[in-house]
Design a protein around this ligand. Structure first.
Ligand code: ADP
Length: 169
């Protein structure tokens, strides 16, 4: 079983095998964590994303990390929050599952997730943190490769929410 923890940090500074990007369906960059990752990785990241042809909500695709300390970026597209009855929970869980599956396929041992969908996409942080932690915790098929999973929070408040979720069973 992998070690799960939450930290408060800028995800672009983390020296892990893979960081996850909360991207949009175009995979051609955006604001928030997506913009920060593209700025830190450099223009090669956009060049690597273009031929991928976008990404569906709930799916994930991998690229190198280029100028980032992380070796890979796993781009996933979270759902936009429309009140909760449009499959948001299942789609958000799918982002975490698909990212972990792709991480395993690439022999990633440490991976950091931002709080997917809880910025511009408007997903309520407590609900999103519960899905994030439960999905990662109960991910069925950990290979030997994934040893450490970090929830990289961008605010003190988000960190408290994630820590509460990690402490609850
Ligand atoms: P989404 O469109 O999926 O909601 P956002 O980028 O708007 O994505 O927000 C997702 C989360 O990422 C938010 O909690 C936001 O505060 C956080 N965030 C923004 N920049 C960074 C960063 N450099 N490192 C880590 N988290 C970040």
């Amino acid at each position: 079983m992998a070690i799960l923890r939450a930290i408060k940090s800028d995800i672009t500074t983390l020296k892990v095998d893979a960081i996850v990007n909360a991207a949009n369906e175009s995979l051609l960059g955006g604001g928030g964590v997506d913009g920060a990752i593209h700025r830190a990785a450099g223009p090669e990241l956009l060049r690597a994303c273009r031929p991928l042809g976008g990404c569906k909500t709930g799916e994930a695709k991998i690229t190198p990390g280029f100028n980032l300390p992380a070796k890979y970026v796993i781009h996933t597209v979270g759902p936009v929050w429309h009140g909760g009855s449009f499959d948001e929970a299942e789609l958000l869980a799918s982002c975490y599952r698909r990212s972990l599956e792709i991480a395993q396929e690439n022999m990633v041992s440490s991976i950091a997730f931002p709080s997917i969908s809880t910025g511009v996409y408007g997903y309520p942080i407590r609900l999103a943190a519960q899905i994030a932690v439960d999905t990662v915790r109960y991910f069925p098929a950990y290979s030997q490769s994934i040893a450490e999973i970090i929830f990289c929070c961008y605010s003190e408040y988000d960190l408290r929410v994630y820590n509460m979720q990690l402490e609850s069973k």
